[in-house]
Design a protein around this ligand. Structure first.
Ligand SMILES: [Zn+2]
Length: 102
């Protein structure tokens, strides 16, 4: 017989993990989609490297990063074109297919 406290602790732990891994990135995605006109869970940003000044498209998931250092709405990561590290503003950069406002 498993004690009730253990069952409650496991259930609460699973809920916390689900909220952290699924709900939080989903809410952040929805929030950014409303602002920049994107869609979906995985976000896309057209970024321009500050070192080589070439644009590239970057796919990312809010709240998650395996290949970059997260700094709030920015990420410190290597440019895929020149491989130099710099800070990119992924949150406020528009998605690739969106034309910049005139
Ligand atoms: Zn570069």
């Amino acid at each position: 017989m498993i004690p009730l406290a253990v069952v409650v602790a496991v259930v609460v732990g699973v809920i916390v993990v689900v909220v952290a891994v699924v709900v939080l990135p989903y809410l952040l995605s929805s929030s950014r989609n409303r602002r920049v006109g994107g869609r979906g869970f995985v976000q896309e940003s057209r970024l321009t490297c500050s070192k080589c000044h070439r644009p590239f498209d970057y796919r990312w998931i809010p709240g998650a990063a395996l290949t970059a250092v997260r700094l709030g709405k920015s990420r410190y990561m290597a440019c895929p074109l020149c491989h130099k590290w710099s800070t990119f503003d992924v949150w406020d950069s528009p998605p690739p297919r969106t034309e910049p406002p005139n």
